[in-house]
Design a protein around this ligand. Structure first.
Ligand SMILES: NC(=O)c1ccc[n+]([C@@H]2O[C@H](COP(=O)([O-])OP(=O)(O)OC[C@H]3O[C@@H](n4cnc5c(N)ncnc54)[C@H](OP(=O)(O)O)[C@@H]3O)[C@@H](O)[C@H]2O)c1
Length: 345
């Protein structure tokens, strides 16, 4: 078709028709966004991208924090994809239980899963643990830095020991393990480091001062590391930012003092299911996403506002932040975005 034919056909299309098309596209995207549970890149990957079952089968994947919550579900879904696993956390019996479940429910043999007890605060042990993993499997394809703890306490009421604990576990433990594993991937020229950060790693939220700082630190570190690995295009450095997800994170989180446990944990059912979150993480890995935002609304909207319209983001954060702090001071769940009445009022 020559240029004059195209231009003649173009003249036949009325202008109002094009406007309708643009409006229709905008409407479809708005509706899609209203019901979205992840950023647009991940949504695209879910519809048209590569499937984890095809991409992750046979790969050796090391998951930290595999004894609970997101890490445990990662182990199950990776086993379902046919990945071989290294499962790490402090609680050995829990890890053995997860391994047993993987062997019984999926087509994996005992030797396809290595239980490797690991305390992320014991950085001196990381070299020998990495050696054990390499001796067992010969190589590591993907490290998923998932282990971590959160926090629920006001910034000024939180002891320095809590801030130190959060940084040592969430930040130093994670980057130190990465420094042991990554050189082996660089030698092979292929691999992936996937780090479970948080929406709190890209936005500020009340009651999570130290947690948010540790996750922002992770974001900064891995963004820099990625820029240093441009000569290794087959190595994926990915950060995952989930919003609220069902797990034991609230029970296990730090409060004002290191040894003070959370007084009360409310129903977590309004949060995204662990299964949906993990499916999206695996889709992101299969499609080599560098950063994933995984959350239901309205937290997802917040991510976009913080990224593209920070003035609006501050306006909404001030409104919601006040409610969350008020709920917390009334002894109610500091996770909820809406204002609840204290039970005794
Ligand atoms: N759930 C959410 O709403 C949410 C949202 C955003 C991001 N995240 C992130 O997701 C990751 C997983 O959290 P989760 O929600 O699954 O919480 P979780 O159910 O409390 O699981 C945390 C895991 O971390 C491990 N862990 C804690 N301290 C450790 C240590 N010193 N050494 C080794 N492992 C340790 C725990 O195992 P052991 O106790 O057996 O050691 C456990 O397996 C965390 O990085 C968290 O920040 C969670």
């Amino acid at each position: 078709m020559d240029v004059s034919t195209v231009s003649a056909l173009w003249d036949l299309v009325p202008l109002w028709y094009l406007w309708y098309l643009v409006l229709l596209c905008a409407l479809v995207q708005t509706v899609r966004f209203a019901f979205a549970d992840a950023d647009f890149t991940l949504l695209w990957a879910r519809m048209f991208g590569r499937k984890p079952e095809a991409e992750l089968s046979g790969l050796v994947v090391w998951v930290t924090g595999a004894s609970s919550g997101i890490g445990k579900e990662l182990a199950y879904q990776l086993a379902g994809c046919g990945s071989r696993l290294i499962l790490s956390a402090r609680r050995l019996e829990e890890l053995q239980r997860v391994k047993q479940q993987c062997v019984e429910c999926f087509r994996l043999q005992e030797e396809d899963i290595l239980v490797l007890q690991l305390d992320l605060l014991d950085r001196d042990s990381f070299r020998s643990k990495t050696d054990v993993a390499l001796q067992h499997f010969g190589h590591i394809d993907i490290l998923i830095n998932n282990a971590g703890r959160s926090q629920r306490s006001l910034c000024l009421e939180t002891s320095d020991d809590v801030y130190q604990g959060l940084m040592e576990l969430n930040f130093l433990g994670t980057i130190s393990l990465t420094k042991q594993v990554l050189p082996h991937m660089m030698q092979r020229g292929t691999g992936g480091i996937v780090t479970i950060s948080s929406v709190a790693g890209i936005i500020g939220a009340p009651l999570r001062g130290g947690y948010s700082a540790s996750k922002h630190a992770l974001q900064g570190f891995f963004n820099c590391l990625r820029t240093e690995l441009t000569d290794y295009p087959k190595i994926l450095i990915s950060t995952v930012c989930p919003g609220p997800v069902q797990s034991n994170i609230v029970q296990n989180c730090f409060t004002e003092e290191v040894d003070k446990v959370m007084p009360k944990v409310e129903d977590q059912h309004y949060k995204m299911s662990t299964r949906s979150c993990v499916r999206l993480i695996l889709l992101g890995i299969a499609n080599r996403s560098k950063e994933m935002w995984i959350s239901d609304q309205p937290v997802l909207l917040f991510c976009y506002l913080w990224q593209y319209a920070p003035t609006w983001a501050w306006f909404f954060t001030d409104v919601l932040g006040r409610r969350i702090v008020q709920n917390f001071k009334n002894g109610l769940d500091g996770d909820r975005l809406y204002l609840k009445k204290p039970k005794d009022s």
